[in-house]
Write a protein that binds this ligand. Sequence first.
Ligand code: ATP
Length: 199
Amino acid sequence: MYLKKIELNGFKSFANKTEFLINPGITAIVGPNGSGKSNIIDAIRWVLGEQSAKALRGSKMEDVIFAGSEGRKQKNYAEVSLVFDNSQGKLAIDYSEVNIIRRIFRDGESEYYINKTPCRLKDIHELFMDTGVGKEAYSIISQGQVEDILNSRPEEKRIIFEEAAGIVKYKNKKKESLKKLEETEQNLVRLDDILYNLE
Ligand code: ATP
């Protein structure tokens, strides 16, 4: 699996529709200071579900929408689209190409799509879980993060290894099942109470 294409429209400094085609292998983005290199990485994080404006170097989520410039009106929405090559089937979806889109309007509402079908953020999280790709996965290492990882507590380091080992999905399923079990047990206790009162 690899990222084949990034398309930005109205995202941060990318007012116009801008397309980046990426070939397998190493790709480097070079450009002068302030030209938008980090904005491209922010865009990838954002599509994959980043919910923290601070992590995207803003103060509120609408800050990702092109804010206007000299002679150029602000935009009312931002959209980012990623296309992943899935010919090896690493993503559990029956397509050799997977397109993820996130769109946000000035009222703060976000829309998500997987292969043009509207979906929930949860669906995107589940699709990328254990693949190493995701807003918290290790595929995006930002400036200073290497030091953070080295200095992190053993429990935090463990999360990175669990993602790499591909067991996060199962841990999450276990957590959900235990929650359901607990709810069912509480319902049974309530039922017992009702039965006792009826007797
Ligand atoms: P450096 O090499 O210094 O790290 P960079 O190439 O990574 O720079 P970015 O940090 O990606 O640059 O881009 C910063 C630019 O993006 C700034 O000029 C900033 O004004 C612009 N920018 C950020 N958010 C928006 C927005 N919502 N609307 C318009 N421009 C924006």
